[in-house]
Design a protein around this ligand. Structure first.
Ligand SMILES: [Zn+2]
Length: 405
């Protein structure tokens, strides 16, 4: 910074009473198919204002009391040409005590700007989410007409009419746990749960797509955060026949090991451990960051209805089939499917399970979770379990995404 500017800034601050200038401690940029997120982290809440400008489209964010620093300088460098919304990021002192961030936009956006209190590894976060102008966070979370996960173009081609194993194409929604701001659990050797779940989910998709009459849709396919309710919405938007959330959590006891499978519960958790885990998983929204001012369609549904009971029964059957197969690959943490109030399993009409593949907190299991051969064995076991479930409970209802046989 120029000496003159510094003096000018100092005078301004002195004139308005002494204000302790603050540097951002971190900046992060998370592009995703649905929205691009900018996270500005600091030791204190950052007072701010923002406004949009047109021709060309820009979003201006003024940060009060923020001075230049390494973290702020690093923000523009994180931008890639592939970012769906941001063309360029410019940062500069706008007036004494006010740092201005200008986002040059590729298209009109609907911003969602909110603060998050310190949590876990994070300090105060100011989050700027950029949604497409037509959608916005509320509509995206509740729109079937505009599914966040579009049907795969080649999906119909998977249904080979010669050997129809199932009545129709089965759509499996695969949810890689955590992502973006939410790293999930951390292993002793530095593995992050969000990376392991994504690797497993991608492999699982590949192998499911190779099955006769099955296709998989990834709820997230990169390193970004998807709010829990939106994961459910996305699965419903693609008319998923089942939903599997993949995890590899830490546990209270570091030597805990083995695989477990969970379903939603209607009346409380089946064990203290299951309740603890559901609480921890549901905190993903706090770590990953959601704007609580945006209405969540699932919050309204407080009572579990009759269709949910039937769905939970199917989830338990699916869970048992998968757990049985996982038992051939890994020791089982619990020999039965446990239940608790997992937010991500709340689709009223899609059998949904959460698979804890192994404990990342157990050094031996962390090592195996990173081993491609072991990942393959885990995934093959899950697929055998899923096929076993559909063999015993064939689908009959038509799916809108399936062509007629
Ligand atoms: Zn997890």
């Amino acid at each position: 910074m120029h000496v003159l500017l510094k003096i000018f800034l100092l005078c301004g601050l002195l004139a308005s009473g002494w204000v302790q200038a603050l540097q951002l401690s971190a900046t992060r940029l998370w592009p995703s198919p649905d929205y691009t997120r900018i996270t500005l982290e600091a030791a204190q809440p950052v007072a701010h204002k923002y406004f949009a400008l047109s021709n060309p489209e820009r979003l201006v964010i003024d940060l009060d009391g923020i001075e230049a620093g390494a973290a702020l300088d690093a923000l523009a460098g994180q931008l890639t040409a592939e970012d769906p919304y941001i063309g360029a990021i410019r940062v500069g002192m706008n007036r004494p005590g006010v740092m201005r961030l200008v986002l040059d936009l590729k298209t009109a956006v609907k911003p969602s700007v909110f603060q998050l209190p310190p949590l876990g590894q994070y300090g105060h976060r100011l989050v700027v989410d950029l949604y497409p102008a037509q959608a916005g966070p509320a509509q995206t979370a509740d729109s079937e007409a505009n599914p966040a996960v579009p049907p795969q173009p080649g999906a119909a081609g998977l249904a080979k009419p010669t050997t129809l194993q199932y009545a129709r194409l089965i759509t499996v929604a695969i949810d890689a746990g955590h992502g973006g701001e939410d790293p999930g659990a951390l292993g002793a050797s530095g593995s992050r749960e969000k990376d392991i779940t994504l690797a497993l989910a991608k492999k699982l998709k590949q192998k499911i797509d190779a099955q006769e009459n099955m296709r998989a849709v990834l709820i997230r396919d990169g390193d970004y955060f998807v709010p829990l309710a939106q994961r459910v919405t996305k699965a419903r938007a693609v008319k998923a026949d089942l939903f599997m959330s993949i995890h590899a959590d830490a546990f209270i006891k570091p030597h805990a090991r083995g695989s477990s499978v969970f379903a939603l519960s209607e009346n409380g958790a089946t064990s203290v451990a299951a309740r603890w885990l559901a609480k921890k998983e549901n905190e993903a929204d706090l770590v990953g960051g959601i704007n609580i001012d945006v209405k969540d369609p699932f919050l309204k549904r407080t009572l579990i209805d009759l269709s949910q009971t039937a769905t939970i029964n199917d989830s338990l059957k699916l869970g048992r089939a998968v757990l049985k197969e996982l038992g051939g690959v890994n020791t089982l943490h619990k020999a039965h499917v446990e239940q608790a109030g997992f937010a991500v399993l709340k689709a009223p009409d899609i059998p949904s399970i959460l698979i804890e593949t192994a404990f990342i907190s157990n050094p031996e299991e962390e090592k195996r979770l990173n081993d491609p051969a072991y990942q393959d064995r885990l995934i093959d076991a899950i697929i055998v379990g899923v096929k076993d479930y559909f063999d015993k409970h064939p689908l009959t209802a038509p799916s809108r995404l399936t062509r007629n046989p």
